[in-house]
Design a protein around this ligand. Structure first.
Ligand SMILES: NC(=O)c1ccc[n+]([C@@H]2O[C@H](COP(=O)([O-])OP(=O)(O)OC[C@H]3O[C@@H](n4cnc5c(N)ncnc54)[C@H](OP(=O)(O)O)[C@@H]3O)[C@@H](O)[C@H]2O)c1
Length: 313
């Protein structure tokens, strides 16, 4: 039997349960993976929270968009987007929809090679935040010479936005709580504390305003400061859907647009290369046993140490 975490109802982390699943073989075009590490993302708990609907017919809901592991079976004709797949390959799978498991059957299209230099935990936490970060940077058209404000620069997405924006030649101001300022500085941004007076603190660093904003928070303060400081409102971008953000002119990146997951899939090859060469880093904050996924979600919903949470089967 293999083990999988599912949401049995809609609600909080208490609805998660570990179930036994009869191991299935790969169909044509599919690959079977022995999982070594699984990335945890806020989307995972939002999915069963009811934020995206609460259709009883969809239950039990599988959870998890990314993992890393070893290929143990290859179905007929299964190839990856970056080349052939063989038994024994160390790989990353993204995007998938039921990554919280110790064994996965996935489409070859989701399988990319894991660089040997990249530890399992970092590999498992790279692509969901990394591909989202690339999407935000492309949407805001960030390039050399831009002065960019990033809300939540120590977060999973924000930390990748900062590193990738710096590689594009931008200068970055990043919001974070004081405990994370050294970390934000190490990523390549000038840190500022969020909270009352944020606009004034950013204005000291950017007297003429900023060229663009990438928001991963979505709160009133981030919205107001962004609108006040950006010089061109078409360069306000957020990862957090919400009516106030849309009304304020933010472009909301997501997977429901006309191109769906394609921009995220296209981002994978470069991200894996950059992580393999050490040019971008994924900080791992905590690891949890797969059976403790509910605790990981409860912790992620509250203030938590900067970095990815990773589940270990
Ligand atoms: N649209 C998409 O496709 C997409 C994709 C990925 C993620 N997302 C969304 O993007 C958001 C961030 O995801 P994530 O993975 O980066 O989460 P995360 O790793 O939990 O990071 C969130 C960060 O927010 C910071 N924060 C909390 N309150 C803040 C405030 N008032 N002002 C500024 N920063 C604040 C925290 O920083 P400190 O520790 O410094 O306080 C924390 O590090 C989530 O809502 C997620 O669902 C959307």
């Amino acid at each position: 039997m293999s083990r999988r975490v599912v949401a049995q109802r809609y609600g909080g982390p208490e609805v998660l349960a570990v179930i036994d699943v009869e191991p299935a073989g790969p169909a044509a075009g599919e690959v079977v993976l022995e999982v070594r590490a699984i990335g945890v993302n806020p989307f995972d708990y939002k999915l069963y929270s009811g934020a995206f609907g609460a259709d009883p017919a969809a239950l039990p809901l599988s959870v998890g968009s990314e993992a890393a592991g070893v290929v143990v079976e290859v179905g007929d004709g299964a190839t990856g987007p970056l080349g052939p797949i063989s038994v024994g390959d160390e790989v990353i799978v993204y995007p998938v929809s039921e990554a919280y498991a110790d064994r996965l059957v996935v489409s070859g299209d989701s399988v990319v090679p894991k660089p040997a230099s990249l530890p399992w935990n970092e590999a498992a936490g790279l692509l969901a935040v990394g591909a989202t970060a690339v999407d935000t940077l492309d949407t805001a058209n960030i390039g050399s010479g831009d002065l960019l404000l990033v809300h939540a620069a120590a977060g999973g997405v924000g930390s990748l936005v900062v590193q990738l924006a710096r590689a594009r030649g931008a200068t970055i101001i990043g919001t974070a709580r004081p405990e994370n300022h050294d970390y934000v500085r190490s990523l390549g941004a000038t840190p500022v504390s969020y909270g009352a007076g944020l606009g004034d603190r950013v204005r000291v660093l950017a007297p003429d305003g900023v060229d663009a904003v990438i928001d991963t928070v979505g709160g009133d303060e981030a919205i107001e400061v962004s609108v006040e400081l950006v010089r061109d409102r078409s360069r306000l971008v957020t990862t957090v859907p919400g009516p106030r953000l849309a009304e304020s002119g933010f472009r909301i990146v997501g997977i429901l647009g006309p191109d769906g997951m394609e921009p995220r899939k296209r981002a994978r090859a470069a991200l894996v290369d950059l992580a393999g060469s050490g040019d971008i880093r994924v900080r791992v904050a905590r690891t949890y046993a797969l059976s403790d996924a509910a605790t990981a979600h409860a912790d992620l919903r509250n203030p938590h140490p900067a970095g990815k949470f990773i589940l270990l089967p």
